[in-house]
Structure formats: structure tokens, C-alpha cells
Design a protein around this ligand. Structure first.
Ligand code: GLU
Length: 288
């Protein structure tokens, strides 16, 4: 008898602060989406300056308190740098080194030939301002220590010989493909950073390499990351990795309608626990 494919999901927190209600919701959604399949935890700690072991320990403790259980051993991105380096090496022919700082990018985008727009009007993508391509002519052989590495998106689409990208989202539209054209990618996202200064990788590259290495079949994440998913689908195509099913869930907001941030200590799961809340109270608070 043909069995139903086993679903594998993951919750992938960065230990840069305590878990708050939004994370609890994301973790519970990921565990539930596994639907009797496998639920994994991945520690996304590539940003060594911001990640702390005490936050990692607190995250594991809060998740266990919530009643979640996950496969061991837990994968930690800081131990996966070789895998990211290999992936970056494969993509190098489509990349260029970039020395522009945020101020340079803002200045280039505000220049008269670009329409002399106000800084506030400049289009932003998943990682901030859309890169204007100042360093696109540079060769990888000239990469210097302080450079970031960017993907030349036009060259990437040429290499794939495709005009659009597709993925399925079981929440946003289970019966149809989400589609983004090459021009939309250029205008909404642009030449993304694959290796950040001093980091050897970026969130986008690491998450794609690891979701494939861990055979994740359903990636659950907040709707705020919807456009980041296009970057991941492009990288999957370039690296010959499967595109999983996606599940972009709603975001938990505070009373003013703002997204919760890690610095919102008042909404940290720790604070609720100290006030005597139960895991069920947390589930109720996030509408589960
Ligand atoms: N580490 C990322 C975060 O905390 C994971 C998001 C994702 O790729 O699902 O936002």
C-alpha cells in the first residue's frame, strides 16, 4: 500500500534573545505541521557577534516547557561552515565581491541618474535597500577580506534558462503555484548577499543548504519571510536541491499591531512563566 510521505518540519531560532510569543507560535506551528511526521530543531547561530550560549540554553528550556520534543542531535549552523563554503564555491561563477556599505548604497540609489528620490522612498527588499549593482563588474578573483559576496541575479537566471520561479504554499494557496518573474525578482529583491562580512555565509545560503541536508519537506515560517523564500527557491534551483513545500503563517502582533521583536522582553516566554502562566495559556495567547 502506498504510504503517505513523512513530513519533516523544523523550527530554526537564532539564539540572539529569549523566545517570545511570536517564536512560541512559530515553533508550535512547525511541530503541528509535522503532522505525526518528524519535527526538528535547528540553531541558527552563524552571527557569532549576536548569538549567546545562554540564549540557546533558554530557548531549549522554553521549548521543552511548552511540551515540544524534537530529534537529536540538534543541528547547529556554527558547525556547518564547510558545507556553506562548498555551496558558495559552487555558486562563485555567478557571484561578485562587493565593498559597498549601506551609506554607499543609499547614496548611489539617491543619485540624480536614479531619479533623485528621497531616501525614504527607496525600495527595500528582504535584506534592505535593493542593491544598485555598483560592484557587479568586479571579479571574484579580486575579492578582498572586507567584501561581501553577492549573487548576480541576472546571470543566475541566465544560467537556469528560466524566466520565473515557483513554489507551493499550503496556506497561501495550496492548489496553485506561487510565481515570481525574473523582472520581479530584480525589482523586489535584487543581488542578494550570499556571504556576509566576516561570516563566510548568510542566512539565505545557510538555510537552503541545511533544509536540504536535513530533508525538510515542509518549511514553516512567518509571512514576513515570504520574499526571502524566493531567494531560497532560486538558490535551490542553482544548487540542484529540491524545493520543499512552504507554509507561511500569520504573525503574532502586539496590541498596537506591531510585530513582536526579541527585545520585547515583556512578551518573553520566560516572563510569562515567571508570572505563573501554563503552556496552555501560551497556546491560547497565540490563538492555538
Ligand atoms: N533563523 C531564522 C529566524 O529566526 C529562521 C527563519 C526561517 O528560515 O524559517 O527568523
Amino acid at each position: 500500500m502506498a504510504g503517505r510521505a513523512v513530513r519533516r518540519t523544523r523550527f530554526a531560532p537564532s539564539p540572539t534573545g529569549f523566545l517570545h510569543l511570536g517564536h512560541a507560535y512559530a515553533a508550535l506551528v512547525a511541530a503541528r505541521a509535522a503532522d505525526r511526521g518528524e519535527f526538528l530543531l535547528r540553531i541558527e547561530d552563524i552571527d557569532r557577534d549576536r548569538c549567546r550560549p545562554e540564549y540557546e540554553a533558554a530557548i531549549l528550556e522554553d521549548l521543552a516547557w511548552l511540551g515540544l520534543d524534537w530529534q537529536r542531535p540538534v543541528l547547529r549552523q556554527s558547525e556547518r561552515m564547510n558545507a556553506y563554503r562548498d555551496a558558495l564555491h559552487r555558486l562563485a561563477p555567478l557571484c561578485y565581491p562587493c565593498r559597498c556599505r549601506r551609506g554607499d548604497i543609499r547614496a548611489a540609489l539617491s543619485a540624480p541618474q536614479e531619479g533623485a528620490r528621497h531616501t525614504a522612498d527607496l525600495a527595500a527588499g528582504p535584506d534592505g535597500l535593493i542593491y544598485p549593482g555598483t560592484c557587479r563588474h568586479r571579479d571574484m578573483a579580486d575579492a578582498a577580506a572586507g567584501d561581501v559576496i553577492r549573487l548576480d541575479v541576472a546571470r543566475a537566471f541566465d544560467a537556469l534558462g528560466t524566466g520565473d520561479l515557483r513554489f507551493r504554499d499550503e496556506v497561501v494557496g495550496p492548489d496553485r503555484d506561487q510565481i515570481l518573474t525574473r523582472d520581479e525578482f530584480r525589482d523586489r529583491i535584487g543581488d542578494v548577499i550570499l556571504s556576509r562580512r566576516g561570516m563566510g555565509t548568510s542566512y539565505h545560503l545557510a538555510v537552503v543548504v541545511d533544509d536540504a541536508a536535513q530533508n525538510i519537506t515542509v518549511v514553516t515560517r512567518g509571512r514576513d519571510l515570504f520574499d526571502s523564500t524566493w531567494i531560497h527557491v532560486l538558490l535551490q534551483r542553482l544548487l540542484d536541491l529540491p524545493t520543499p513545500l512552504y507554509h507561511h503563517h500569520r504573525l503574532i502582533r502586539d496590541h498596537a499591531g506591531h510585530r513582536l521583536a526579541k527585545r520585547d522582553d515583556a512578551r518573553a516566554i520566560r516572563a510569562f512563566r515567571k508570572d505563573g502562566a501554563t503552556p496552555d495559556d501560551i497556546r491560547r495567547a497565540v490563538g492555538l
